[in-house]
Design a protein around this ligand. Structure first.
Ligand SMILES: [Zn+2]
Length: 501
């Protein structure tokens, strides 16, 4: 029995779609099968790769073929040319050659059949694959040059538009247009810069509102952070910020996207409309600047870094001691007059205070009916669904106009009706969400406080972990301890004031 493997490669060019290329190759290979192999290949032996993965790892159909030739007695695999099997990546070539060679499976292309058990065929096959690779590298370089020029003109050339935008075609190039998600973007910046919420809390809140991010199921603190720093929202185009770097790890080609050096960035004015004002964006960046930097080598040692301040307004410094327990003291200790305390006693007081705050919140939450948030959520979800349906209708409207099914008069009329309905829906959604938010707010705060208490009590938790969860729970803690001049052996106890978000 024979298998057919179909895949579009970059060498096929951009003028044909994946489906068109696959259909064309399908006919070539079936013709070959009918005339040379004694009949057409049945559907269950045909594999169509629709994703454009560079490595075997990224190509599910190729993986299936490799499994199948090892599990069943397959005489050969038909492809239009050797490069369809691999783009010449060295490790993949090895995998393919081994798999075909040791299962005695032929690679059949219309001009030539390769039997990899034969030394010469193997050599020839390898050469064919390598040829494919040079060509690919060349194509990539050309494409990259074209892309750079396009970026410099302010076009959007990524494949997935950033959250808040749709990718649209204007003339020959692509740019971005704000969509319904833009409001969520505004909300995120506002929660971050004006209400002072942390990125974890913002992520939790978006998840609770059932707002879906672009590429994954749920928002994470990292994805929120990336958005709050993305200049695309003030109308800029950033390129080269993260280059995909490939490297080998445990025999597999791994792609990673580390942040590039600043001098390699390209930041130009985009053609698209900003969602956020530069003022807000700068405020957002400034807030990132205020977050303490974690030293890679030593690590953060003060769980209260950036949170605990002396009543004189200066930060409290964590000071390890040679012979005794670490202490916290005001950065301006010599002049401010507030005395220091051991870290342990401050932590103990903080835990007590957070516990009692959590208890207060719990009481408040119990007072509210648990059914209301659920009902609000359902309303929002339904409204959102209707809004989505409306967007589809809108698209169709344009199609009808383009195809001449609608006259421009009919189009204008229907378009106005749709716009009116959309406005109504958007207002209703806003309203429903605003009602949801207060309940969720308390719920989130309660969870954040509980998590902070838990991590502070956990002796195995790192200072960084403690710091992160504390930041999510409280805005600031102010410390005060007066110097008692009369009796330095019995100092006055310290007091803490905790402010929540
Ligand atoms: Zn002070």
């Amino acid at each position: 029995m024979y298998l057919i493997y179909l895949r579009k490669s970059r060498a096929d060019g951009e003028h044909e779609s994946v489906e068109e290329v696959l259909a064309k190759h399908y006919r070539i290979l079936q013709d070959y099968a009918v005339s040379k192999l004694g009949g057409a290949i049945p559907e269950e032996y045909i594999y169509r790769e629709v994703v454009s993965g560079e490595t075997i790892q990224d190509r599910p159909e190729m993986k299936k073929i490799l499994d199948r030739i090892q599990a069943e007695d397959i005489t050969g695999v038909l492809v239009v040319d050797p490069q369809r099997l691999s783009r010449g990546d060295l490790s993949d070539c090895g995998t393919i050659i081994r798999a075909f060679r040791y299962t005695d499976t032929l690679i059949i292309t219309p001009p030539k059949t390769y039997d990899l058990a034969e030394k010469f065929d193997r050599k020839f096959f390898e050469m064919e694959l390598m040829r494919g690779n040079d060509y690919l590298e060349y194509i990539k370089e050309i494409m990259n040059r074209g892309r750079l020029a396009s970026v410099n003109e302010g076009n959007f050339i990524g494949s997935v538009p950033p959250f808040g935008y749709d990718k649209i075609k204007v003339g020959k190039s692509y740019t971005l247009a704000p969509n319904a998600e833009a409001d969520t973007v505004r909300l995120m910046f506002e929660l971050w810069t004006k209400e002072g919420l942390g990125t974890t809390t913002i992520a939790n809140r978006l998840n609770a509102l059932h707002i879906r991010p672009r590429k994954s199921e749920l928002w994470s603190s990292a994805s929120v952070r990336d958005m709050l720093r993305n200049p695309v929202y003030i109308g800029k185009i950033r390129w080269n910020w993260r280059k995909t770097i490939k490297k080998y790890e445990d025999g597999e080609l791994i792609s990673s996207r580390p942040k590039s050096k600043k001098e390699d960035w390209i930041l130009v004015d985009g053609k698209h409309e900003p969602i956020i004002s530069e003022e807000t964006f700068n405020a957002s960046l400034a807030k990132f600047g205020a977050v303490p930097k974690v030293k890679a080598a030593s690590g953060l040692c003060n769980p209260f870094a950036g949170i605990l301040r002396c009543s004189c307004g200066r930060p409290m410094i964590y000071q390890p001691q040679r012979a005794s327990a670490p202490r916290l003291h005001c950065a301006y200790q010599m002049r401010c007059g507030n005395r220091s305390a051991t870290y342990a006693e401050v932590e103990e007081e903080v835990i007590k205070a957070l516990r009692s705050l959590a208890a207060d919140l719990k009481e408040m939450l119990n007072g509210n009916s648990a059914e209301t948030p659920k009902a609000h959520k359902a309303i929002t979800a339904n409204l959102q669904k209707e809004l989505n349906a409306l967007e589809t209708q809108q698209d169709r409207l344009y199609e009808f106009l383009e195809q001449g099914i609608y006259t421009s008069e009919v189009f204008v009329k229907r378009n106005a009706a749709l716009a009116q309905r959309r406005k109504e829906l958007q207002e209703a959604i806003e309203e429903a969400k605003a009602m949801e938010i207060t309940d969720i707010d308390y719920q989130q705060r309660y969870i954040a406080l509980q998590e902070a208490v838990k991590v502070l009590e956990d002796e195995a938790a790192s200072a960084e972990e403690k710091n992160r969860l504390l930041r999510a729970a409280v805005k600031a803690i102010t410390y005060h301890r007066e110097t008692d001049i009369r009796d330095k052996w019995h100092p006055v106890p310290f007091s803490l004031e905790i402010s929540l978000f």
